[in-house]
Design a protein around this ligand. Sequence first.
Ligand code: SAM
Length: 192
Amino acid sequence: LEEKYFAVDLSVALVHHPVLNKHGDTIASALTNLDLHDIARSSKTYGVNTFYVVTPLGDQQVLAKRIIDHWLDGFGGKYNPHRKEAVELIKVMGSLKAVVDDIRQRREKHPKMVGTSAKNVPGSIGYDKLKSLLFDGDPYLLLFGTAWGLSDELISQVDYFLGPISGISGYNHLSVRSASAIILDRLLGRND
Ligand code: SAM
């Protein structure tokens, strides 16, 4: 592995609040079991430091922890150790502020926040640009939305926004699991 990759400090946050519902209201969405498993596996594959699952809802935090514990300590961990290795990257947090504090505690630096969306957001940067920034060694936090995506207020607070992944059919409804895997590959996939 090229030495430059060792400097990369990228974390991922799957945001369940603040996100939008169909009507454009800010809500807290429910967890999806598959999101936790699949994004944990993608995170592990591409060397992500931590996969944060962000939800302020107590019952959803309990659910997330139950899923994680099953794969870390329960029967699941012995049955499928590869899944265990991926699930170990997950941290459940009540807010994005708690995520930022967690990274600051580890690195003594505020992470650069990077938003993602299926929509075009003015001022977005390209994948090559972010890829080159990642090698500067600073902590970066990549934000993925659930429901109808990250709230506008949150979008206005990020340091960078990535342009949308685009296919060729005009159908623009990737799941967050697929979108995050594609984006991680564009940022940290090796073609050699
Ligand atoms: N219910 C959906 C699901 O099954 O995942 C959630 C859709 S949610 C809006 C999808 C999230 O994935 C977005 O907030 C964004 O983070 C990411 N995403 C989806 N499509 C994308 C695209 N074309 N480009 C970049 N990110 C995308």
